[in-house]
Design a protein around this ligand. Structure first.
Ligand SMILES: Nc1ncnc2c1ncn2[C@@H]1O[C@H](COP(=O)(O)OP(=O)(O)OP(=O)(O)O)[C@@H](O)[C@H]1O
Ligand SMILES: [Mg+2]
Length: 271
């Protein structure tokens, strides 16, 4: 990524899109688009959250924690510990069996299905397998995220090149996803997740398919996005990345919260 792109990303405020607009009409439009309002400074609150799959399987077991707006949080733990379950509850892909999940001031248990698309507009999602549309170019993949939220063509033509530059993809915009490396494809999926400047970005094993050097590049991109004020929650198995970053680490095991430390490593540091 170029220095210019870094500077641009670093200079963004918490809500970059509205900050660039002027006039009351534009502000009203943004208000309607993002329903996340972390009134007390908390972006995510889990209060006694349990998620059961069927009768016997417990995905999450009585989790209580909060994540402040603007934080960067790693979610770690062995396979099956509940990381993806945590993330799926955040985007209301499913509801908690017990307890309360609040995202951006909204109690997701009380939110009707019709409001879910508005919730998701405020949340960018990045996954291990990129989830790009195979028959569409990189430009079209990113533009699609704006089309589905009803952005005007003129605004799309402005925002897509901007985000492709920020993610170092300008020269790849006409290619198809399978013509890119894994790291480049993940950059596209981050560009797509961030093009709406969401207040919350969640990433489930975003470096799971990437080599260590490429993973560091992806990590740096997510970190820069976090510096713009976007809250980032990243589930990962990658010990080296977590140890390098020294950010907050929430550790799960068997669905239980076993550790929540600021500026931590992947494994518990002995005193
Ligand atoms: N759709 C489902 N139906 C039944 N059980 C499920 C379902 N999804 C997850 N589980 C179970 O819930 C538990 C937590 O799974 P989850 O996918 O949240 O773990 P994870 O920490 O993301 O694991 P991994 O690191 O392998 O991605 C596991 O025991 C899993 O088998
Ligand atoms: Mg998972």
């Amino acid at each position: 990524m170029s220095t210019d792109a870094d500077a641009q990303l670093n200079s963004e405020s918490e809500s970059p899109a509205p900050a660039r607009r002027t006039g009351r009409t534009a502000e009203r439009r943004i208000d309607r688009r993002s329903i996340l309002r972390p009134g007390d400074g908390s972006m995510v609150i889990f209060d006694g959250v349990t998620k059961r799959y069927g009768e016997d399987v417990v995905g999450l077991d009585n989790i209580s924690l909060s994540i402040d707006a603007g934080e960067f949080v790693f979610l770690v733990g062995p396979s099956g510990s509940g990381k993806s379950t945590f993330i799926r509850l955040l985007i209301k892909e499913m509801d908690a069996s017990e307890g309360t999940v609040i995202v951006g001031g909204r109690d997701l248990g009380k939110m009707g299905r019709s409001k879910v698309p508005y919730l998701r507009r405020g949340i960018g999602c990045v996954f291990q397998d990129f989830k790009l549309l195979p028959g569409r170019t990189i430009y079209e993949n990113v533009a699609y995220a704006l089309e589905v939220t009803g952005d005007a063509p003129k605004s799309i033509r402005r925002k897509v090149p901007e985000i492709l530059a920020l993610t170092g993809l300008s020269d790849k915009s006409d290619r198809l996803p399978n013509e890119l490396s894994g790291g480049e494809q993940q950059r596209v999926s981050i560009a797509r997740a961030f093009v709406n400047h969401p207040r919350l970005l969640i990433a489930d094993e975003p470096t799971g398919n990437l080599d260590p050097d490429t993973s560091i590049g992806i990590m740096q991109l997510l970190y820069r996005i976090n510096r713009t004020g976007t809250t980032v929650v990243m589930a990962t198995h990658d010990r080296d990345l977590v140890d390098k970053m020294q950010m907050r680490v929430i550790a799960l095991e068997g669905g239980k919260l076993v550790r929540d430390e600021r500026s931590a490593s992947y494994a518990t540091v002995e005193p």
